[in-house]
Design a protein around this ligand. Sequence first.
Ligand SMILES: [Fe+2]
Length: 204
Amino acid sequence: MDEQVLYNLNISYTQNYDLSRQLLPLARKFLSNPSQLTNEWNYKNTYSNGAGLADQAELQFFVDYILEQSYNYLDKHNLKLKSNVKLWVSLFASEMFAGDEHAGHTHPGALLSGLIYLESPPGSSKLEFKSPRTSNASWLNYLDESSYSSEGDIFTVTPDHTITVNPTPGLFLLWESWALHRVPKNQSTAGRVTMVFNVGVQDK
Ligand SMILES: [Fe+2]
């Protein structure tokens, strides 16, 4: 039989330690500026509805990197933007301490979402994606978790079909913003530092 793939959860990733080393002092600078902090979701971060840190001149190299990776993602998966729009980036920094968590959510205002880990001290929470298939109990109960692909030490699939991502500095992830994910309670005493972004569109 031929096959037509209609939906898939594709998570693009790359390990770029040099990039995380370059970003860490910048993230720390913004996270230590009280006027940048919004502490949305009750943990330390600079999230805002607008472009956020993507407007900062010293982070343009990272915005350009995100845009390049995002256009590559769209091309790779044959996803085509409507002709009147182009991609646009919103960026924020985040630092989680012991007890901080982020409940399950999607990023409905965006097409693609992602992050780069900058610091992941012992006890740092993994990132968890929920398989869309688990909304059907049969797929959860009758399908062995080994049916899902996993990659080396980065991705693991648990018996309840949760896709977990092991946070290591320099790991850059990009996924489709409809994917339901969460960050369970962080256990690290030192800060778990990330830069997180959403890629939406704006008129050309
Ligand atoms: Fe998220």
